[in-house]
Design a protein around this ligand. Structure first.
Ligand code: FCB
Length: 442
């Protein structure tokens, strides 16, 4: 067997990502807690409840786990409704607690990366119309100013908004997120206001902190034509990619916001990103639906030979991570993978998924492309939005009732990678020998 290793550059970031509502527990003042109370909105009407009990202090033991297994970074989010529970109310004790948590990262050698908006909005903002109204970018700026002032001693990597496209498709184009609308006009307004909110956040962060590095997190989904010879499949793939993957980030470069058959010139958002946060999970094959023109663009399925996650939510297609990175190179900015992972309760597929995706990442690094880190979703099983507790994305499992953490084999795989800053043939031989011919051909 040939032996060797694929090493990453010094200082490469290895970590996991979480989001406040998914791990903290006892969040009762935001759009998702209200959504959870409505029957039929969440799988089996499950609730986030105590979640992973981070607000109760269990972040300490989970950060210990991350640090002890050689991770050196962690991405987490700040819950707006805790810091600003009412339009004119700031909760300094919540901010103090976030300072303690972030200090907890730094003291364990975990570099903090802070997300300022990860799907949740305070209820008072929802009552005003959330991101549909034009005041919201300014209100968000106020929240960002407050948080950055409080945390800038410890943090320089900031993610303004997580996956604006998922927020918009989920909430405003029928995707099962609150507020449960299906309204293209509202979707356009929300996306536009998120662009403005992002740009205002970018500026206020840089005004407060010159060394800051700011991005939004782009959810990039691969769309590949089902038949390469059928041009209409190509049209579908390009249109979906343009709408879902590209509309937000392109606007940050050229100011031309095109979405849902509408357009607007937004010069004020140009140039407001210092790096790219890429969330990549999976790819769809798409086919033009000849028989049902009203649903011409909605035929999507996973490649027949791809391995699927537990709930068939994610197909393991690592090459599409490379395609995403190739496409992103045009922006000429450093890239950090800010999410990547799958739901796999018994951990039969995750080790392979991890190794294959990180191997693709290494290929990009080896071509001298500016890849700065890999942040896996997620550290410990947590509340998966409208899918509740039915999906298990953690390196560690969670028994929700008892709060017990269960170490999965993937912890060892990821530790082996983080500890040598690369993938060795020994690691592959030990955990996924079937990958040896592909990763270390003789
Ligand atoms: C992403 C979300 C994250 C988590 C993963 C599985 O779209 O950003 O909160 O739900 O999917």
């Amino acid at each position: 067997m040939p032996s060797g290793a694929y090493f990453f550059p010094n200082g490469f970031l290895w970590g996991t990502a979480t989001a406040a509502h998914q791990v903290e527990g006892e969040n009762t003042n935001n759009n998702w807690s209200a959504w959870e109370e409505r029957p039929g909105r969440i799988a089996y009407d499950q609730r986030s409840g105590r979640a992973c009990d981070w607000w109760g202090g269990r972040w300490k033991e989970d950060f210990d786990r991350a640090a002890e297994t050689n991770q050196n970074a962690h991405r987490m989010s700040i819950e707006w409704s805790r810091v600003q529970p009412g339009p004119d109310v700031w909760d300094e004790s919540a901010l103090d607690y976030y300072r303690e948590i972030v200090r907890g990262l730094v003291s364990r050698g975990l570099r903090p990366m802070i997300t300022l908006h990860h799907f949740t909005d305070p209820l008072w903002l929802v009552e005003r119309g959330a991101w549909e109204i034009d005041d919201t970018p300014g209100l968000f700026e106020g929240f960002v100013r407050k948080v950055v002032s409080a945390l800038q001693e410890y943090v320089t990597d900031w993610i303004t908004i997580n996956e604006p496209n998922v927020y918009v498709y989920g909430g405003y184009l029928g995707g099962g997120f609150p507020p449960g609308k299906n309204d293209q006009g509202a979707a356009f307004r929300v996306m536009r206001n998120m662009l403005l909110g992002h740009a205002r956040a970018y500026r206020v962060i840089h005004n407060l902190q010159r060394s800051a590095r700011v991005c939004f997190a782009l959810h990039y989904r691969g769309f590949r034509p089902a038949s390469s010879w059928f041009f209409l499949d190509d049209v579908v793939a390009n249109t979906l990619s343009q709408q879902f993957n590209m509309s937000f980030i392109n606007t940050l470069v050229n100011g031309k916001f095109n979405f849902m058959l509408k357009s607007q010139y937004m010069p004020e958002v140009i140039g407001t990103q210092d790096f790219i946060g890429l969330n990549y999970y999976t790819l769809d094959l798409v086919r033009f639906n000849l028989f049902n023109p009203r649903e011409a663009f909605s035929k999507r399925y996973f490649p027949a030979d791809a391995e699927l996650s537990d709930s068939a939510f994610i197909a393991n297609v690592p090459e599409a991570l490379m395609s995403a990175i190739k496409w992103l190179r045009r922006f000429n900015l450093p890239i950090i993978i800010t999410e990547n992972g799958l739901d796999d309760a018994d951990d039969h597929l995750r080790p392979r998924y991890l190794l294959e995706h990180i191997h693709q990442l290494w290929r990009a690094v080896n071509a001298n492309w500016q890849i700065k880190g890999y942040i896996h979703w997620t550290l410990v099983d947590n509340f998966e939005w409208e899918r509740g507790w039915t999906q298990r994305f953690g390196l560690w499992g969670l028994e929700v009732e008892t709060q017990a953490r269960i170490r999965r084999i993937s912890v060892d795989v990821y530790q082996a990678i983080c500890s040598i800053n690369g993938i060795s043939s020994e690691t592959v031989a030990q955990y996924c020998p079937e990958l040896l011919p592909k990763l270390f051909p003789g």
